[in-house]
Design a protein around this ligand. Structure first.
Ligand SMILES: [Zn+2]
Ligand SMILES: [Zn+2]
Length: 131
């Protein structure tokens, strides 16, 4: 699959499309991502200006910290987006994309915070915090 990429939450109240390029998928093992998603985050990323959201009123933008917000569907709870407050880019949860994405894994970040109930053995670069 290539541009435009499309995705949605589980219940379909929120749909989005991305008209530009997507970054390789970063796997974030920080405790915030694990709490919110139930495991670790798998996120690609786009320019926010390339992202068009339909059903924005069904999103909750949760201020997860002083520096970033996380968006999820009010109805079904699907985690969709992460955005640093001072950034022009938006992270997109890779699992919310529809169809084959053609994306590949890029790296693992915040592995210093990873859970003890799984191992990372895909050979991708691992960083204790940011890459
Ligand atoms: Zn939903
Ligand atoms: Zn994280």
């Amino acid at each position: 699959m290539s541009e435009p990429y499309r995705g949605s939450c589980h219940c379909g109240a929120v749909h989005y499309r991305v008209s530009g390029a997507l970054r390789p998928v970063s796997y974030c093992h920080c405790s915030q991502c694990r709490k919110q998603s139930g495991h670790f985050y798998a996120a690609t990323q786009c320019q926010t200006s390339d992202l068009a959201v339909e059903g924005e009123q069904h999103l909750t933008w949760y201020s997860a910290s002083d520096t970033a917000r996380r968006a999820f569907c009010k109805t079904c709870g699907s985690a969709l987006f992460w955005r640093a407050n001072d950034s022009e880019r938006t992270s997109i949860l890779a699992g919310s994309l529809d169809g084959p994405t053609g994306l590949a894994g890029g790296n693992h970040i915040f592995v210093a915070d990873k859970g003890d109930y799984y191992s990372i053995d895909d050979g991708l670069p691992q960083y204790p915090q940011y890459d």
